[in-house]
Design a protein. Structure first.
Length: 566
């Protein structure tokens, strides 16, 4: 394809708001253009890469007998009300009304729609298992769109849904999809690691995320260097090994702590280590207020609280609610009170006695609070985030941290949607049973960004050849010179018989062409320049920068061997 005919609006400077490297490169190389916050157009180069990613996805889906369909993006609210997610999903769900006042959602995902499709058709165990997938734009009203394609309000996704008669069949499809995802990310050139994760708004009992390692990742991965253990930090278990302090129990003492609002400020004020200070936080769990106690250097993990209480309705109490309940602002709260509020404590609170806690009076704390004498704990549990260096759950290693971009996730949904939406089948004994379901997603546009994030250098993008928009970049230095233009035209005709060629025939300066070529990042560059009259061209690898002068009589063979060995 002649570059003069392709819309590739490269940029010298990118907007200051483009924080992520991939965002900057996608803009600078002319792959995307922003319409508004979190919404982008994919320009010709990006569209070709997306097509290549989608082709790999389709091949791997077909390999495990998944069948492609296409569902509507516009979804009636009635389906979401059936599943219970119309109100539970939250403000990220984009809602709208038609002219008759009927409510719809722009689909962020398609569990409800696909369940409504199959519930009238998959009526017998003989029709199962069945896996359906689609590649389609999705919509989420992100509070803070950022990092270009990594967190947008409109994005391209591959979502798949499997239906089963029993747990064994669901497990088999889950494993098939899990391994298919591993192959997909490997083929597109991403270093992605599967990690145990939280199911979030999708729901379900078991899930893995596929995380592309990246410095700007919005998720922290906890992993072992000695085993295959890996988990999202939200799910990484903290193993408790008792290390109790055996100080003599001291009298409870109230002290004034002016201008102290945080655990660190309290530790400094008392000249105590932060791990000997405690933090008290009030949560609303299904309409009931509770107090959660952790040590000063630990952070409460609300995902673990949700798992412990078996509900998604866990919210940090507002300041007004806290003052109304305990009579003090956050920063002076503690477990010593005469209120009908249950106290839950992280496991590592058990190591302490003579605890420093808030006195539930602004500007005051208690010294020497002790469980059993001054307050009671309803239950201990793992309620916090793991710290780097702590022992991992599999005992293989200390916890190591890395940042990652979520590019895919697989879920075991079980009967979450089939029960609420009455999607049943007849088993081999003729009894009606709810369908077991799995759900599997790949962020296709996110994957595009992740590829760029991991495959670049100081000059621009370096495309893996599996997804490259073009295989060869043919450049004529000066098309005004007959010998260069004629040789380049001749080579373009020959090369495009076997390769996808981008032919830079533009009447631009050589520096502009080379800068654009580095930005666009095609695997092999062929330059027709000053040695055209002798039939010699320069061939350069984008990844290594190695170049060699090659006579046109040997060019095809040379390029064939070079491209094969990339």
């Amino acid at each position: 394809m002649k570059q003069s005919k392709v819309f590739i609006p490269t940029m010298k400077e990118v907007p200051a708001g483009a924080e992520a490297l991939s965002h900057r490169l996608l803009l600078k190389a002319g792959l995307i253009k922003q319409s508004t916050s979190g919404i982008y157009s994919y320009l010709p180069i990006a569209a070709r890469v997306l097509n290549n990613i989608e082709a790999i996805v389709r091949e791997e889906m077909e390999r495990i007998d998944a069948v492609e369909i296409l569902m509507p993006a516009l979804q009636p609210s009635e389906l979401w009300e059936e599943s219970g997610r119309w109100s539970a999903y939250g403000p990220e769900l984009m809602r709208l009304q038609d002219r008759n006042g009927r409510q719809f959602a722009l689909g962020p995902t398609h569990e409800e729609v696909v369940t409504s499709i199959v519930r009238d058709e998959l009526k017998s165990y003989k029709q199962l298992p069945m896996t359906l997938f689609q590649i389609q734009s999705k919509y989420r009203d992100e509070k803070r769109p950022r990092f270009g394609l990594l967190r947008g309000r409109e994005f391209i996704m591959k979502d798949a849904y499997s239906f089963h008669a029993d747990e064994a069949s669901l497990n088999e499809s889950y494993e098939d999809m899990y391994h298919a995802y591993g192959r997909i990310f490997s083929r597109v050139g991403i270093n992605a690691r599967p990690v145990v994760a939280d199911s979030g708004a999708i729901g379900g009992s078991h899930t893995h995320e596929f995380m592309a390692l990246s410095e700007i990742g919005e998720d922290t991965i906890v992993y072992s260097e000695q085993s295959d253990y890996a988990a999202n930090i939200e799910k990484a278990e903290v193993v408790y090994h008792p290390n109790k302090k055996h100080e003599d129990v001291q009298p409870l003492t109230k002290i004034e702590t002016p201008n102290v609002h945080t655990a660190q400020e309290l530790a400094t004020f008392l000249n105590k280590p932060l791990d000997e200070i405690t933090k008290s936080m009030v949560f609303n769990v299904d309409g009931e207020f509770i107090l959660v106690l952790v040590r000063g250097h630990h952070e409460i993990n609300d995902i673990k609280l949700k798992a412990y209480f078996g509900t998604d309705n866990v919210d940090l109490a507002t300041e007004d609610e806290i003052i109304n309940i305990l009579g003090a602002k956050p920063g002076s709260l503690g477990p010593v009170f005469d209120k009908d509020i249950k106290i839950y404590a992280d496991n590592f609170i058990q190591d302490l006695n003579n605890i420093v806690v808030g006195a539930n009076e602004d500007g005051y704390h208690f010294l020497n609070a002790n469980v059993g004498r001054d307050f009671e704990v309803a239950a201990y549990g793992d309620f916090r985030f793991i710290l780097e260096g702590e022992l991992l759950a599999d005992s293989s290693d200390k916890a190591h941290f890395a940042e990652g971009i979520e590019v895919g996730q697989v879920f075991k949904l079980g009967t979450k949607y089939s029960e609420s939406m009455n999607a049943t089948f007849l088993n081999d004994q003729g009894r009606a049973q709810p369908l077991l379901m799995g759900c599997y997603g790949i962020g296709v546009s996110r994957t595009l960004s992740a590829i760029v994030e991991q495959n670049n250098d100081e000059n621009g993008i370096v495309w893996p050849k599996s997804v490259t928009p073009f295989e060869l970049h043919l450049i004529t230095i000066n098309p005004k010179k007959d010998e260069q233009r004629e040789l380049a035209d001749q080579l373009y005709t020959q090369l495009k018989e076997n390769y996808d060629v981008l032919y830079d025939d533009r009447k631009e300066r050589a520096g502009v062409k080379f800068n654009d070529a580095d930005l666009i990042g095609l695997p092999i560059r062929i330059v027709v320049g000053k040695n055209a009259a002798e039939g010699i061209v320069e061939v350069k690898r984008r990844d290594t920068g190695d170049s060699e002068d090659v006579h046109i009589d040997n060019l095809i063979n040379y390029v064939n061997e070079l491209y094969t060995n990339l």
